[in-house]
Design a protein around this ligand. Structure first.
Ligand SMILES: Nc1ncnc2c1ncn2[C@@H]1O[C@H](COP(=O)(O)OP(=O)(O)OP(=O)(O)O)[C@@H](O)[C@H]1O
Ligand SMILES: [Mg+2]
Length: 151
């Protein structure tokens, strides 16, 4: 699939793009989020949550690694693997069980553990880059949808 490239110029626009991806997601899907520190991965995840009817304020589970949100149209399982060193560590916290829970898994810093891709059935890739040379609030967001999916 051809990547889709979108520019956002505010936190709200990035959240809004998250809601658009969120509305494509089905049980078992995985969203791999990559990009710079402070790029907007967590706000994008907030948009996904909103599209599922989850009203919690989403924060990065940097220290806890994983947060679960119930009460939406699907369970949302939000990972931040910044502090993990290997796939084994992710496995230890039950990653493969989470994948089978019938929810959506969103993984910040997914590129740090490439083995993740082999485990997921349907993958959405979202890469968010800061464009500080243009503006402190501009971001370039590159999205690769799974085969057959449209935005
Ligand atoms: N266009 C934009 N899109 C998203 N966030 C923006 C944008 N412009 C400014 N921001 C700000 O950038 C920050 C993004 O924070 P966020 O926690 O979502 O990033 P992150 O990629 O999850 O960070 P981390 O790498 O620490 O997990 C917020 O403070 C937000 O207000
Ligand atoms: Mg984050």
């Amino acid at each position: 699939m051809e990547p889709i490239v979108q520019i956002t110029t505010s936190e709200a626009e990035t959240t809004c793009l998250g809601t658009r991806i969120g509305s494509c997601l089905k049980a078992g899907d995985v969203v791999l989020l990559t990009g710079d520190l402070g790029a907007g991965k967590t706000h994008f995840t907030g948009g996904i949550a909103r599209s599922m009817g989850i009203s919690d304020y989403i924060t990065s589970p940097t220290f806890t690694v994983v947060n679960e949100y119930e009460g939406g149209s699907l369970p949302l399982i939000h990972f931040d693997i910044y502090r993990l060193g290997s796939y084994d560590e992710l496995f230890e916290i039950g990653f493969e069980d989470y994948l089978e829970r019938g929810g959506v898994c969103v993984i910040e810093w997914a590129d740090l553990i490439p083995e993740i891709e082999e485990q997921a059935a349907r993958i959405f890739k979202v890469d968010i880059r800061r464009m500080d040379d243009v503006s402190p609030t501009q971001r370039e967001i590159t999205i690769v949808l799974p085969e057959g999916e449209r935005l």
